[in-house]
Design a protein around this ligand. Structure first.
Ligand SMILES: C[S@@+](CC[C@H](N)C(=O)[O-])C[C@H]1O[C@@H](n2cnc3c(N)ncnc32)[C@H](O)[C@@H]1O
Ligand SMILES: [Zn+2]
Length: 282
């Protein structure tokens, strides 16, 4: 595993430093974590959970969908905003396939990256998303096994947020980029595919979840129209929280009933917390 990344990880049982020891990571108290053959390490603690983790099917659908570049306006913004994390590390909290982590690493030459997700299927993809990426299976709602102030750039894209842990891990001059869906996001598909709609209270929840970091944030709204073929719509449904809500036959029928190309709104908020407020955080 990348040595620089391992140096930023901590033992999920005692918080101690970890070092590589053969095919595992080990702390001074002898707690060990095996490095999976697919290149990721599981650092789940005793109180960590994985019931919210994306399944293999969801991750595969997400990979296919993101590879088709329908989200490229968002990719461009995340890439642009990510630049400037030199001499630190990039941490993606809820990294999924690692697409956004890879963009951020491209924008920051030489910097190591860590993707945290509680899905081992996500970790497998993240481990190979970029040559400087390290993948860790961990629960965002537990202590995240990363050192205090380790991240000079932190990403959190369509994923759960643990404000206290994010604040602990973000370097004093670090940048945090959070992407959340707006209520119009995927509007045209919500009823047709029985999808969970975005909570209109989301903005307030974003502020609450970021805690002290929210005061230092600036948000930008981004909206574009995607021209989706049937396979892209199927993957979009299958990669999100509404996956599996519709019986397979009903899903097939609803996909077949679509026009060859469906216009679908993407509407997201990109929030950036920048270093300017670092003194206020101290
Ligand atoms: C909607 S996906 C977003 C993934 C990626 N950031 C993207 O936008 O493509 C949410 C991700 O959060 C992960 N996740 C959900 N609950 C989690 C938790 N408690 N701890 C860690 N990861 C979690 C899921 O496994 C999934 O990969
Ligand atoms: Zn330990």
């Amino acid at each position: 595993m990348d040595k620089a990344a391992v140096n930023l990880l901590i033992c999920p049982h005692c918080g101690g430093d970890l070092r590589e020891n053969g095919a595992s990571l080990i702390c001074s108290k002898g707690h060990t974590a095996n490095i999976a053959r697919q290149g990721y390490v599981s650092l789940l603690g005793r109180d960590s959970g994985t019931h919210t983790a994306d399944s293999a099917e969801m991750i595969a659908a997400r990979e296919r969908f993101l590879d088709r570049d329908h989200f490229s306006p968002l990719f461009d913004v995340v890439r642009d905003m990510s630049a400037g994390a030199s001499d630190g590390a990039v941490l993606d909290i809820g990294s999924g396939t690692g697409h956004y982590l890879a963009l951020a690493l491209d924008a920051n030459p030489g910097v190591p990256g860590i993707g945290v997700d509680n899905s081992k299927y996500a970790a497998r993809r993240t481990a190979r998303c970029h040559e400087r990426a390290t993948a860790v299976v961990a629960d965002i709602w537990d202590s995240i096994p990363v050192r205090d102030e380790a991240a000079t750039l932190m990403l959190n894209v369509f994923a759960p947020r643990n404000g206290d842990e994010m604040e602990r891990i973000l370097a004093p001059d670090g940048i945090l980029i959070v992407v959340t869906p707006q209520s119009r996001h995927l509007n045209e598909l919500i009823d047709r595919f029985g999808m969970v709609s975005v909570d209109p209270d989301k903005e307030e929840r974003l502020e609450r979840s970021l805690g002290a970091l929210a005061e230092l944030s600036e948000s930008r709204e981004l909206e574009w129209t995607m021209a989706l073929d049937r396979e892209s719509v199927r993957d979009l449904v299958a990669m999100g929280p509404s996956a599996g809500r519709m019986a397979e036959d009903d899903l097939d029928a609803a996909i077949q009933a679509l026009d060859e190309v469906t216009s679908v709104t993407a509407a997201v908020t990109v929030t950036k917390t920048s270093s300017e407020g670092s003194e206020e955080r101290e």
